[in-house]
Design a protein around this ligand. Structure first.
Ligand code: MG
Length: 159
C-alpha cells in the first residue's frame, strides 16, 4: 500500500482590529492575524502538511506573498488548489489532524464548524478531519497573546 505522511507548521502574529479566520471559520475576536492572505493559519499549516506528504514544497512557494494574486485571498481557495494537486498526482486524503495553540479568544466551541468546513473544502468525511484547540497556559508568545501557532499532519493514500 502506497501511503504518504506530511506535516505542516505555521505562525501568524495577532493585531487588534484585524479579522480572525481559523479553519475556514470567522472567529468573533477583537484581534486578528497579520497576513498577506486572510491569515487562516490553520489552513496554511494544513496545506503545508498536504504538500509535504508529496514533497511539493510549501504554500509560500505555490502562493507567494509577494504576488497581488494572493493578497487578501480566502485561504479555503488555497486549500482547494492544494487538494487538486494531491488528486492530480493520484492520491486521496485519508485523514488530517490539526492542533491550534491560541491563548484568546476561546475557540473550542467552533471546532465542529471548522471540521465541517475543512471536510467540505477537501471533499472528505468529517470524521477524517480532526481539529484540536489548546492554550499554552500563558507561556511563550502564544501565551502572551502575540500570535497563534498551528501544527498539522496529513495522511495520503494512493488511489
Ligand atoms: Mg501563513
Amino acid at each position: 500500500m502506497d501511503i504518504r505522511i506530511g506535516q505542516g507548521y505555521d505562525v501568524h502574529a495577532l493585531k487588534a482590529g484585524l479579522p480572525m479566520w481559523l479553519g475556514g471559520v470567522q472567529i468573533p475576536s477583537e484581534t486578528g492575524f497579520v497576513a498577506h492572505s486572510d491569515g487562516d493559519v490553520a489552513i496554511h499549516a494544513l496545506c503545508d502538511a498536504l504538500l509535504g506528504a508529496l514533497a511539493l514544497g510549501d504554500i509560500g512557494h505555490h502562493f507567494p506573498d509577494t504576488s497581488d494574486e494572493w493578497k487578501g485571498v480566502d485561504s479555503k481557495l488555497l486549500l482547494k488548489r492544494v487538494c487538486a494537486m494531491v488528486s492530480e498526482r493520484g492520491y486521496a486524503v485519508s485523514n488530517v489532524d490539526i492542533t491550534i495553540a491560541l491563548q484568546a479568544p476561546k475557540i473550542g466551541f467552533l471546532v465542529p464548524q471548522m471540521r465541517a468546513c475543512l471536510a467540505g473544502v477537501m471533499g472528505i468525511a468529517e470524521d477524517r478531519v480532526s481539529v484540536k484547540a489548546t492554550t499554552t497556559e500563558r507561556l511563550g508568545f502564544v501565551g502572551r497573546g502575540e500570535g497563534c501557532e498551528v501544527w498539522a499532519v496529513a495522511l495520503l493514500v494512493a488511489e
